[in-house]
Design a protein around this ligand. Sequence first.
Ligand SMILES: [Zn+2]
Length: 205
Amino acid sequence: MPTRASAAEGPIVEVRRSRKRRRTVSAYREDDRVVVMIPARLSAKEEREWVSKMLERLERSERRRRPDDAGLKRRAADLSNRYLGGLARPATVRWVDNQNSRWGSCTPADRTIRISTRLQGMPAWVIDYVLVHELAHLIESGHTAAFWGWVDRYPKAERAKGFLEGVACATQLGLQGQPEDCSEEGAAAMLASAPADDSDPVTSA
Ligand SMILES: [Zn+2]
């Protein structure tokens, strides 16, 4: 039986105990609540500890998935320093909701970068890929070999390209996605006791 607990200001939390689960704890949003899956053997005290820990992680992960314009600009500066030798220096980086066929765009002449709001709710490493891609256009405007040389310095470039191709394909096929964050991936990212993995936006934060 799921148990319900509601924190003072936090979301409604539904804890689901699973006998199949041995070590992993995960959390994701479902409708108006947060579901936390835990192994059946955990004590009530362990349950409380895990629930607060997972809510904190979920919130942190969601902030990374939906940064505001200022956060987006900070992320771009950080990515430029980390992967592009700090050579890409955008004047502005902001969200736009009028790009339906592109994930992002860059105007090298005035060094402005626009990122599609369709990316909001996608994993942070996918948003970072689009930022790196647009930033690299400030160094190389065309899709030249030199351009891809810069982009490929971002370790998850290939994976992110595949992810976005999958999203585009699913959209074309009319597959209905989650209205909120892509929750299965989110749940996977929340696996608490899984071995540290650099693809995990939570543990690598
Ligand atoms: Zn491009």
